[in-house]
Design a protein around this ligand. Structure first.
Ligand SMILES: [Zn+2]
Length: 446
């Protein structure tokens, strides 16, 4: 395929007005100004008036939450969690496959080509819910980094989740290793990589965090958890462990280039420095953080300190839009609202969504920028309509304007979206099934 006449934002190099990108199989084989040198045997896409960016990388989500949206709309994180745990306790393979398909299709429509997921609810009667979300990613056609999550600290032991949604630690460790054995593909161009992800300090034990880190390092997979999302969590850690959330998890082996934290809002200067020095990653989720009134992460400080920072939509129960493009916009707006006009540029925000996310997932050699030899994960945005045609700067049009139509989304060189419609799954049918599953879950919980 040849994409011509686009404004090409390579992210790592110069922007090219009226440039071309050539895709052969799963790779980018040429990038340059003007028309492509040879057109023979290629499908040619005339992208006049369009903006070509690398596909976006979503570094934090809970895909199953797509079927539990709109509940506890005006509550704090802890209140929201205690409302939703009983609903989530009813999920099974079908609910997870349906919700994940809906969430991933929406991500595709908003420019996402690689998504992570953090799945930590494994009901005893639910079947293989981890396999169900992996099947959904294959159906939609996105590159996928599912995290085998876990909770082992129930209410009877001083944790937040109800006892019936937590698992036994030995069972978790066995299931984690089995997930790596069965699914993790470390080969070049991989479409599927597994990480391990105990849920959060208030829902897991220190032993589970430590054992998960040991297993992940032994097997060469990454580590993910929620950290420093709320002041409640900060108080919980200081009361229970006598340390800040970061000091606590670092004592269990949880910093380094192979670790990334969701949210990372309530870090003081010392913590920001430590995260930077250890090259730890942070998934910044501005919309979810704002919806739950949790605060806004110090993205600029974290980046300047050397941290890997990407964007995440978080679960749709705390971000009903589930749009990765919206996170790019909100990253800019919220950073400036609290940090002043120079806190984050529109191009820095686009970098967070692309190379930033690629670094968080350890895929920066393969995705996140438009370069010869990288995987063909590309988003072509139509900027020639009423909403954008006369906006002077195409990157500002994408980031600050209303969401433009997505003309084309390639994942691994394969079209997943064309003319603003998902080509791989029937989104109308998915929406209808989401309604049915949502109703069933609420009935089960009542
Ligand atoms: Zn989350």
């Amino acid at each position: 395929m040849i994409i011509e006449n686009a404004h090409v934002v390579t992210v790592t190099g110069a922007e090219i007005a009226g440039g071309h990108v050539v895709v052969e199989d799963d790779r980018i084989t040429a990038v340059g100004a003007g028309p492509a040198p040879s057109r023979e045997g290629h499908r040619v896409v005339d992208a006049r008036g369009g903006l070509l960016t690398p596909g976006f990388v979503n570094t934090h989500n809970h895909l199953y939450q797509w079927v539990t949206r709109g509940l506890a709309a005006d509550h704090t994180l802890f209140e929201w969690l205690t409302t939703l745990y009983p609903v989530w306790a009813g999920i099974d393979e079908h609910a997870v496959h349906t919700g994940a398909t809906g969430a991933l299709a929406q991500l595709a429509l908003t420019g996402c080509t690689t998504s992570s997921d953090h799945h930590y609810v494994f009901p005893r009667e639910g079947g293989d819910v981890f396999a169900a979300e992996i099947r959904a990613a294959a159906d939609v056609g996105l590159r996928f980094h599912p995290c085998r999550g876990s909770m082992d600290l129930g209410q009877k032991d001083g944790g937040l989740p109800p006892d019936h949604v937590v698992e036994d630690r030995d069972a978790i460790m066995a299931a984690s290793e089995a997930a790596i054995d069965r699914w993790h593909d470390p080969s070049p161009g991989s479409m599927l990589q597994v990480a391990l992800a105990p849920c959060s300090p208030f829902s897991v034990t220190g032993e589970l965090m430590r054992e998960s880190a040991q297993l992940a390092r032994r097997r060469g997979v990454r580590l993910h958890t929620h950290l420093a999302e709320t002041t409640d969590e900060d108080e919980f850690c200081r009361e229970r462990f006598g340390s800040s959330p970061l000091e606590y998890v670092e004592s269990l082996g949880w910093t380094g280039a192979d670790v990334w934290f969701a949210h990372g809002i309530h870090f003081d200067d010392a913590a920001v420095k430590r995260i930077g020095a250890t090259r730890t990653g942070v998934a910044h989720c501005p919309s979810s953080n704002a919806r739950l009134g949790a605060g806004i992460a110090r993205t600029r400080d974290l980046r300047e300190a050397g941290a890997r920072v990407g964007l995440g939509v978080d679960g749709a129960a705390s971000n009903e839009a589930g749009s990765l493009l919206e996170e790019v916009r909100h990253a800019v707006l919220f950073a400036r609202a609290v940090g002043g006009p120079t806190a984050l540029t529109v191009r820095d925000a686009l970098e967070l969504a692309t190379m930033g996310g690629a670094r968080v997932l350890g895929r920066e050699q393969e995705i996140g920028s438009i370069e010869v030899g990288k995987l063909a994960d590309l988003a072509l945005w139509a900027l020639d309509g009423l909403g954008h045609a006369d906006v002077a700067d195409p990157v500002a049009a994408l980031v600050l304007g209303s969401p433009p139509p997505l003309e084309l989304l390639l994942v691994n060189g394969r079209p997943v979206v064309e003319h603003d419609r998902v080509t791989t799954v029937d989104t109308d049918a998915v929406a209808q099934e989401c309604v049915r599953v949502h109703r069933t879950l609420l009935e089960k919980a009542s």
